[in-house]
Design a binder for this molecule. Structure first.
Ligand code: 16G
Ligand code: MG
Length: 563
């Protein structure tokens, strides 16, 4: 009876969100993305999916409406799992099938079959909870309503609108709520600002004395991050932050000639940043504030910037954390000392100079395919896992085991004669980092505060930080192909398996240039093949990339390649 009621509820409500004619949706690397005006059925169905995922897991699930760094007319939707991470990959085929079901009958059929297979209590015996967030896109409001309809079409499911948020804020809320902790936006801001203050209080006095430049100018991509940073700014001291491209009237369009994606890919000064900012520490967020890069404008006449990308942020964090671990473990004979394995996770896009630098520090560096879901999973295998994509997605993960051990050890140090010792301070710093940096997903706002605290601790200017190593020149191109899935890769996208013969050609071409390295991969978000090349000179990197583009075009292409 209850199941009958559930079936007719779903049929009725689904028929109000018909699939647009000829549309095809794919969950992709980071959820569904498309033109915002055709996404209502997809977001409705994502609401159904999130409610089912909550029924299955018995935990709160997140649903975020955003298209990140893409143009303002685009939108998208992605699901956060109970731990605040990306939805488990096993459910992606169901997400695709649901999004493309031609009508409500098919949709119902898919749901009924799936709940049976997955043994999901269906028809109101269990409750479900979905936390909703959206970025500042104008299409977000209507899509939020579609998501609510999808959630309400599952009996027992409740939609909780958390408001306009950054993507990482929503992921953080899902994680906190499922851990039984406070999980509102003000709780997020309180935790982040408190742990930042704690880290700043632990900056050695002598380093404050020859005090660094506290001025920081942040490009908010005219997205949701700027406003949130304004709020955070009021809660922290010791920094002089000004936010540009806040998205307020007259300041420009979301992600247009600004934001982390633009700055990282184009390597030019973003809109709103004039000669006044030469030499000043600058940072860029993307439209939903899950990417962060820094940059420096070298001279008033320069259109180009010195980019400090995700690899360098990772390197800064790695140096700092390694230093704390070295202090903490040096000569320690405590029984409470937790074993620690520190791991660094990168993708093939990581600049070769960054990997060489990290290895020189004696760190373990591993690679995964592109996409946060892969890096995050790998980093979670370590006691401390630091992961970053060159494009600025990344965070530092601490295992529960290590953290509880560290807390015990820190308490022991506090109660013994070691209180206030360097060892004790190192433990407190690591604990503060684990509170500050988002444990659910990469987060530009908390990442930015960690960068700032570490620079203060090191006593480094942005110039000094940039000089950690010198990036190898690189070039990224893309090729339009008839079927991007014709390219199959292995070894974290560093090797082409299909079409055969391609890898041999890439190897031969790369071998012609000192430090030559090149790989190709099908994009997870666009219908193209991406080509990345690096070498010891820009000319060589360009020429290597071009020769591979020509080959890919010959073998697979539509004759249409560009940057
Ligand atoms: C998405 C991914 C990002 C990845 C990018 C690659 C998340 C949250 N975002 O933006 O990690 O670098 O896609 O795009 O996972 P591509 O496959 O088109 O090159
Ligand atoms: Mg983003």
């Amino acid at each position: 009876m209850a199941e009958e009621k559930q079936r007719s509820l779903l049929l009725d409500s689904a028929s109000r969100f018909p699939l647009p004619h000829g549309a095809r949706f794919s969950y992709g690397t980071a959820g569904f993305r498309s033109e915002g005006s055709i996404l209502a059925s997809t977001v409705y169905r994502a609401g159904v999916l999130a409610a089912l995922r909550s029924l299955k897991t018995g935990s709160a699930i997140g649903l975020m409406i955003t298209a990140s760094h893409n143009p303002v007319s685009d939108n998208g939707v992605k699901i956060a799992d109970p731990d605040g991470g990306m939805m488990v990959q096993r459910w992606e085929p169901f997400a695709d099938a649901l999004a493309n079901a031609p009508d409500s009958e098919h949709l119902l059929h898919l749901v009924v079959r799936f709940v049976e297979e997955e043994n999901i209590p269906f028809g109101g015996v269990q409750s479900a909870e979905v936390l909703l967030g959206r970025d500042t896109r104008p299409s977000g409001e209507a899509l939020l309503e579609a998501a609510k309809h999808g959630i309400n079409a599952i009996i027992g499911a409740v939609a909780i609108d958390m408001g306009v948020l950054t993507t990482p804020q929503l992921h953080w809320m899902v994680r906190s709520r499922n851990k039984g902790m406070v999980a509102s936006e003000s709780d997020y801001l309180a935790q982040v600002s408190k742990s930042f203050r704690c880290l700043m209080d632990l900056v050695p006095r002598e380093r404050i004395a020859d005090s660094l430049d506290t001025e920081l100018v942040v490009d908010g991509a005219n997205g949701v991050g700027g406003d949130k940073l304004e709020q955070l700014k009021k809660m922290v001291t010791g920094l002089d932050i000004s936010v540009k491209n806040t998205g307020k009237k007259g300041e420009g369009m979301l992600n247009e000639s600004c934001g982390a994606d633009y700055v990282q890919k184009e390597k030019v000064v973003p809109s709103g940043f004039g000669p006044d900012y030469v030499g000043v520490r600058c940072a860029s967020l993307d439209g939903d504030a899950d990417r962060l890069v820094y940059f420096l404008i070298p001279s008033a006449s320069s259109k180009n910037i010195d980019l400090i990308d995700g690899d360098k942020i990772l390197s800064l964090f790695a140096v700092f954390i390694k230093e704390q671990l070295d202090v903490l473990y040096k000569g320690s004979d405590s029984n409470n000392k937790p074993p620690v394995r520190l791991g660094i996770v990168q993708t093939a896009y990581a600049n070769g100079a960054s990997t060489a630098y990290l290895k020189r520090l004696g760190l373990e560096v591993v690679f995964t395919p592109t996409g946060v879901k892969y890096l995050h999973k790998k980093a979670a295998e370590y006691d401390i896992g630091i992961y970053f994509e060159a494009n600025g997605h990344g965070t530092v993960l601490f295992s529960e085991n290590f953290l509880s051990g560290l807390e015990c050890w820190s308490n022991e140090l506090a109660s013994a004669s070691s209180v206030g010792s360097e060892q004790h301070k190192a433990a407190l710093r690591l604990l503060a980092v684990s509170q500050l940096i988002n444990q659910a997903v990469g987060d530009a706002l908390s990442g930015l505060l960690l960068v700032e605290a570490v620079l203060q601790y090191m006593g480094w200017s942005i110039k000094r930080w940039n000089e950690l190593y010198q990036d190898l020149p690189s070039r990224q191109l893309k090729v339009k192909v008839a079927d991007r899935n014709a390219v199959v890769t292995a070894n974290a996208e560093t090797q082409v398996v299909k079409p055969s013969g391609l890898q041999e050609f890439i190897d031969a071409e790369s071998g012609k240039h000192p430090h030559g390295r090149c790989f190709i991969r099908p994009s997870g978000t666009e219908d193209i093949i991406r080509v990345y090349a690096e070498a010891s000179t820009q000319e060589a990197a360009d020429s290597l990339a071009r020769s591979i583009v020509q080959l890919v075009d010959r073998v697979l292409g539509s004759g249409n390649s560009h940057q």
